[in-house]
Design a protein around this ligand. Structure first.
Ligand SMILES: [Zn+2]
Length: 142
């Protein structure tokens, strides 16, 4: 009995920690699920393995880190050192994003990008609502 209790407390603590440190894509997934959307995760059959696929709405969502995908926002700054490594690496990501989005659009998918910085606590609710409306309208925006 004492053991069970410990286990329970431990798993409670863990889930609490997890919810604080939720990965950006998990924040978006949780929200969509709570709004009744059903999705596939990291669909390997689609170009770029989109984080979230909503077949019913013919929509894919990428949740992008501002640094890795060179978002035009204050979170992106070129690293000051090791530039021979970072510049081509990040540029490759950017080129790949463009290519993947085009492939998906040509195949009839709406492509939506959610940026990590849009999930800051202060603006998250508003941004998630915008996302929901985009999905429902079926318009693309990347
Ligand atoms: Zn950003």
């Amino acid at each position: 009995m004492a053991d069970n209790h410990t286990k329970e407390v431990r798993s409670l603590n863990m889930s609490h920690i997890r919810s604080i440190n939720s990965k950006p894509e998990e924040i978006v997934r949780k929200y969509l699920f709570s709004q009744g959307f059903r999705y596939r995760k990291n669909d390997k059959k689609l170009p770029g393995k989109p984080d979230i696929v909503l077949p019913k709405y013919k929509t894919v969502i990428f949740v992008n880190g501002c640094f890795w995908h060179k978002h035009d926002c204050p979170r992106f700054v070129w690293p000051a050192s090791n530039t021979e490594y970072w510049i081509p690496k990040i540029q490759r990501n950017v080129d790949r994003d463009i290519e993947i989005h085009e492939l998906l659009r040509n195949a009839g998918w709406n492509v939506i990008v959610v940026w990590e910085c849009e999930l800051k606590r202060k603006i998250r609710d508003e941004k998630l609502l915008e996302l929901k409306n985009k999905i429902l309208r079926g318009c693309d925006n990347a």
